[in-house]
Design a protein around this ligand. Structure first.
Ligand code: GAL
Length: 490
């Protein structure tokens, strides 16, 4: 018995042995892509009849963007999509993930008036991609809500499920004969937490503990409604796939103490579970720990009901299972521990989640304060998803590294090398990952950071009005990985 156990342990250790310099092969079934988003690259913010989005409004009316910049011109992709496709082609990726600007095709936000120029722009982009043998992967909502809908309360307005589904319908109708891969939402957590709970994304409402939960509630209904529309009406003819992409850090317990383990698991539920549990779990609905804690805190604070809205049982079933894959955006890891003292007032972080989140100073950094290089966290996260959501097909829709201004970007190369190795580790653990997307094709408007943080494989010269693009060293590295479908373990 003891002997068998020792042999088993030895075998386990051998399989975990890391051989530096080893060349590892990606499964043939894994496809690769690159991603962008409309507001971050298109520019042409008011050409033709395009309407105003919340990011147009936010950048024009506040001075919160670090370099006082905006997306008015951005990478000028509205005029340079042919060059973008050339780059995508040069990299040798299988697909290109981009998003549709809502107000470019529906100038007023509503679907009674379509912009022909807007439709033509995306039609051309899609046709040119297909001609170049690149699969289009389309995000319907990457954060640029029509300002007019924001004036009606944005995602806190329950009518948003209808307005969003009207927009999705226009997209399915106009492009679905050629687009077979759809994301309803990019990073709902960021949309709601940062845009409504805090002030780090438009519309910067800053009503923590209340507004983010209202936003999430309506957004989940909007996602489900658009998914069902596709399922009922378009899937039988168009035969495509629909999902959404959730973001999370891996939350590592600061110590192995039971309280820190509990804190880290709670953080996973408040980040990934908030949107993941209603859609991907067997039971549906918000995670129990969120329902319990927010209800208790709300009562203790004198609210007549939980600040977390409740789904009816019909809504739970309607939202549950609205996915054809698990979309994941992941960049980094944080450490989590139980706090020494609990703060007061309605608040997502301090009261409801109620944990301390920090970073190990020894972890290598990037240009973004939040982005530390912790590749093993990626492997742990993929395994957590496998365990919690019944081993779904996972598509990684974003992963990448920021620097300041560097074409010879060896730190980005090292990041991709480490994270792709961690991805392979997770695949060897049995995680069902079918695709990996690098963020981003090129440097672009990085939200509150403006153009001060660069995530691109291609360098964009933002001082030149022509916005010329040049391949960075990392573009050549990514290309070589895609050509050989192998990666070296460094
Ligand atoms: C994601 C977002 C992208 C990009 C990236 C890098 O949260 O979806 O648009 O900005 O982060 O920070």
């Amino acid at each position: 018995m003891a002997f068998t156990k020792t042999v088993a342990l030895l075998l386990l250790a051998a399989s975990d042995l890391v051989v530096k310099g080893e060349v590892r092969k990606f499964p043939d079934t894994l496809s690769f892509g690159v991603a962008t988003a409309a507001y971050q690259i298109e520019g042409a913010w008011n050409v033709s009849d395009k309407g105003e989005s919340i990011w147009d409004h936010f950048t024009h009316t506040t001075d919160t963007i670090k370099d006082r910049s905006n997306g008015d011109l951005a990478c000028d992709s509205y005029n340079q999509h042919k060059r973008d496709i050339e780059m995508v082609k040069e990299l040798g990726v299988d697909y290109y993930r981009f998003s549709i600007s809502w107000t470019r095709i529906l100038p007023d936000g509503f679907s009674n008036r379509l912009s022909q120029d807007g439709i033509v722009y995306y039609d051309t982009l899609i046709n040119d991609l297909i001609a170049a043998n690149i699969t289009p992967f389309v995000t319907i909502y990457h954060w640029d809500l029509p300002q007019r809908l924001q004036d009606l309360g944005g995602w806190t307005n329950p009518m948003m499920a209808d307005f969003f589904t009207d927009f999705a319908k226009v997209a399915f109708e106009a492009f679905g004969d050629r687009v077979k891969s759809w994301l309803t939402f990019n990073e709902p957590w960021v949309v709601c937490l940062e845009g409504y709970g805090s002030v780090t994304k438009a519309p910067a409402l800053g009503m923590t503990g209340i507004a983010e939960y209202m936003c999430a509630h309506n957004l989940l209904k909007a996602h489900a409604k658009a998914y069902h529309l596709y399922d009922d009406v378009y899937r039988p003819i168009q035969k495509g796939r629909v999902g959404l992409s959730l973001n999370t850090n891996w939350h590592e317990p600061a110590t192995q103490s039971p309280t820190d383990l509990e804190a880290a698991e709670r953080a996973m539920q408040f980040y990934l579970g908030w949107f993941g549990h209603p859609v991907f779990s067997r039971e549906g609905d918000y995670p129990q720990v969120m329902k319990d804690r927010i209800a208790q805190n709300s009562l203790a604070q004198g609210y007549p009901r939980s600040r977390l809205p409740e789904f009816t049982s019909e809504e739970i079933s309607y939202i549950k299972g609205t996915h054809d894959f698990f979309g994941l955006n992941h960049y980094t890891t944080t450490l989590v521990r139980m706090p020494k003292k609990v703060l007061e007032g309605p608040s997502f972080y301090d009261i409801d989640l109620g944990t301390e989140i920090f970073r190990d100073p020894a972890w290598p950094g990037s240009a973004s304060f939040w982005l530390k290089v912790v590749p093993w966290g990626f492997r742990n996260l993929l395994n957590w998803i496998k365990k919690n959501y019944n081993n779904p097909e996972i598509i990684v829709f974003e992963n990448g590294f920021s620097d300041i201004d560097n074409k010879n970007d060896t730190d980005r190369i090292s990041y991709y090398n480490k994270y792709l190795n961690a991805l392979l580790d997770a695949i060897e653990d049995g995680c069902n990952v079918s695709a990996y997307t690098a963020w981003s094709l090129m440097d672009n408007f990085e939200w509150l950071e403006g153009y001060t943080e660069r995530f691109g494989l291609y360098y964009v010269d933002f001082n030149d009005p022509k916005r010329p693009r040049t391949a960075k060293a990392s573009a050549l590295y990514y290309k070589s990985i895609l050509e050989t479908r192998t990666i070296e373990r460094k």
